[in-house]
Design a protein around this ligand. Sequence first.
Ligand code: SF4
Ligand code: SF4
Length: 331
Amino acid sequence: MEIKRESEQNRLLRILILEQLREFSAISCASLDSIQDVSMLPDTMPEHLPEYMQKSWKLRANPCIYLPWAKSVFSFAVSYSKLPDASNDVPLARTDELAGLVSAYALKKLDYHNVLTGRIAKFADSLSEIAGRKLRCEICVDSKPVAEKPLAFHSGLGIIGHNSCLRIPGLGSSIFLGELFTDLQTANLSFPPHAKGEMRDCSECGLCVRNCPSEAIANRTVDRSLCISAITMEKKGELAADEKRRIGRWIFGCDYCVSSCPDSDLPPPFKLDLEWLLFSSNAEITSAFKGLAISYASPAKLRRNAVAVLENIGERESLNLLKKYLDSSHS
Ligand code: SF4
Ligand code: SF4
């Protein structure tokens, strides 16, 4: 009788997941029993991790420590094109000499943290209906100490690509991840299903390594001290001379290792008007970036990056703008 009820639950779960592929690009679920002895992280903590990751390193190693009541985990992936378009009025640069590059997801799409959290919450409600009780749930979208990429790998969603991102056959690396932990015991499922051999190691391709302008990728890991994305988003305080040079034209993010990954659907970066960024008030910038992922960086941090970018461009128009800004900030 119990087995019959469980198989009916799994049948309904499959139907729910297939329906939800309208909202998500891929979904997997796994019983935590099946992965509880697997450490999600290497024994030694890599250097140059942000402080919040260092503090939660031990918790991240295994979700069973952080959420002892959880019985299963769902991993969700949404590709760039499945995120809703943003309609914010953010000014595009008139010329390349006045442009700072921003990863497209951070300005052209609504903040994926909010989008995924909302979609996963609706999924959780449907799951409770299937279970016939209000399930205990925890949703994570970069918001909790969870090693989301290894977890997605172990639950069958995709593989860890050479660029250290999760890579899903047919979707590449331009995907955003979220997790749902529940106290419902589930079967191990993954949709869309992967063909035999698709989930193999991808390192023979090597495009991400060749396209990284900072030589930050080696052995399936990214050295965050060299990574433009980490420097522009996470580095606190002033940039060192090497970091200023390294970020090139980026003021937020860097996409080369993701956009060069076969099957990724990431468009070229947004070219933000640096004159607008440097001469608008904090309130104007905060208002223009409302609901976008770029809002995680303060106006001060973006201006810091913009100054370095104008120096790096080094053309007449960019240096004139830089001088005008430095003169105004010292007057
Ligand atoms: S985000 Fe940019 S700098 Fe960082 S590893 Fe990828 S390509 Fe290299
Ligand atoms: S670019 Fe190539 S090597 Fe890098 S993650 Fe994608 S498939 Fe793997």
